[in-house]
Design a protein around this ligand. Structure first.
Ligand SMILES: [Zn+2]
Ligand SMILES: [Zn+2]
Length: 466
């Protein structure tokens, strides 16, 4: 069986993630991301690299913007491709792209390929999800191709390959899936973003652990093992909240709307129910309300730590962007779980920070990864009562600050365990910065010197037989 793999984006970084996979003539694109910051030609997948390669199927592993944000570009460029995702992922497409369209309106997009944003208009929003075939976990779908195709350097050929695609729960966010392709007795797995351990809400990945011929695996946390466990972080968060509340202050937890908000709401609610922190009012806002509804819709069909648990059972107050600057949490101790996670300019968390920073008895808990260009990064590296620049504004932080890490990505040791168990003949390390992929590559080679380990660069064509 002839395989070709080529990264169209997100090689050596977490960016416009997109991977082209050709299995015996059947062309598949896995994910189509929008880079979180860049608005030049690297903002979207490099579809021009496909040259005249066949694209029959588009597979979406989950609905985070770095995997989904380039979907309108794919749909415009490859209208004939069959589109497949899990049901929750399909339900999230419209919400997430509505937000993407809003962001792109503010950004300077002059550096993008001409026409690339033609479908990024509100009028198209209801059309994106309807073209998707939505499937359940663990139920194989047949991908077939029997038309004449032009197969790159090997010339014209006719493919009659029969390929099964099966989604497996990746435990990262609602609907996230690892994609397993099986054809002619061979198995190829793309993990998407994966979390093997349970979080507060989701139960953790259940990817197949049999032998794989080829494995494409994410490496977000590949550089080093995080020293503290999820439970230890919970203890630290409880201490921080108690400390701020004891001085009559409120705590803001800036979080990503999809995934992190729902997990952090569950963490906070668990701490309250266990009596580890007082029962305080919890506020949230932005698009997380609609996303939480989708979490609840699949409470019984997507494995979670407490089977059937619904986020609507947590008493929450939703605040509107227009009125949040005069909300009650400025007057009474409260917890505010609000997007964006990196305090991007114009987001609710950024707006609230303008006032929050100046209140000495208040606290901000930075919850996740902060890209170096973001206001969240500047805040994280700020010193109390010392001026610093946040989104081109000079500010001073009087409030308290703490960093927490509730990762939705697998730890380095879990990634290595998965590789060592499935013993792929061909291993591709993706979705990680150079330090992460290099460190993973060295660890794998030390244990399995004969394994073909590749850190694929953008546009490099990797051809092999399995
Ligand atoms: Zn993700
Ligand atoms: Zn990702």
């Amino acid at each position: 069986m002839n395989i070709e793999l080529m990264m169209l984006g997100g090689a050596g970084e977490i960016g416009a993630n997109s991977c082209y996979l050709n299995i015996d003539g059947h062309g598949i694109i896995i994910d189509s991301g929008l880079h979180p910051r860049r608005r030049d030609s690297d903002a979207l997948p490099h579809l021009e690299l496909l040259d005249e390669r066949a694209v029959d199927t588009f597979v979406l592993t989950h609905a985070h913007t770095d995997h989904l944000g380039g979907l309108p570009y794919i749909m415009k460029s490859l209208p004939h491709a069959r589109m497949i995702a899990t049901r929750p992922t399909r339900d999230l497409i419209e919400i997430m792209l509505r937000n993407t369209i809003k962001l792109l309106k503010i950004d300077d997009t002059a550096g993008l390929p001409s026409g690339a944003l033609d479908y990024y208009v509100p009028a198209m929003l209801d059309k994106f999800s309807v073209v998707f075939e939505s499937v359940l976990y663990n139920e194989p779908v047949k991908l077939t191709s029997d038309r004449a195709i032009y197969n790159g350097a090997s010339g014209k050929s006719t493919s009659s390959s029969s390929i099964n695609l099966t989604f497996h729960d990746a435990g990262h966010i609602i609907g996230s899936a690892g994609a397993l392709f099986e054809a002619g007795g061979a198995a190829i797995m793309h993990t998407g973003d994966v979390q093997f351990s349970r979080q507060a809400l989701l139960a953790g990945a259940s990817l197949p652990r049999h032998h794989l011929d080829c494995l494409i695996i994410e490496c977000t946390n590949g550089a080093d093992e995080h020293p503290r466990s999820y439970d230890e972080e919970k203890v630290r968060l409880a201490e921080f909240i108690n400390h701020i509340v004891n001085q009559n202050g409120s705590v803001m937890l800036p979080t990503f709307a999809l995934g992190k908000t729902q997990e952090v709401l569950k963490v906070v609610s668990n701490l309250m129910n266990a009596g580890r922190i007082p029962k305080l009012p919890i506020y949230t806002g932005g698009m997380s309300k609609r996303i939480s509804k989708i979490y609840d819709r699949y409470a019984h069909s997507v494995p979670r730590v407490e089977p059937g648990f619904q986020l609507t059972s947590i008493p929450l107050t939703y605040v509107k962007y227009e009125t949040m600057m005069s909300a009650k949490f400025f007057n009474e101790p409260s917890i505010v779980v609000i997007s964006s996670g990196m305090l991007n300019e114009g987001s609710p968390s950024y707006q609230l920070a303008q006032r929050w920073l100046g209140i000495r008895n208040f606290g901000i808990g930075v919850m996740g990864y902060q890209d170096s260009s973001t206001p969240g990064y500047a805040l994280l590296h700020s010193e109390r009562d010392v001026e610093f620049t946040m989104a081109n504004k000079t500010v001073t932080r009087a409030c308290e600050l703490e960093r927490f890490r509730f990762s939705a990505h697998a730890q380095r040791s879990e990634l290595l365990d998965y590789i060592f168990e499935t013993k792929p003949k061909h291993l591709f390390l993706v979705h990680g910065d150079p330090a992460a992929t290099a460190s993973m590559s060295a660890a794998v080679k030390a244990n399995f010197p004969d394994m073909n380990v590749t850190i694929p660069g953008l546009g490099e064509s990797h051809r092999f037989e399995i």
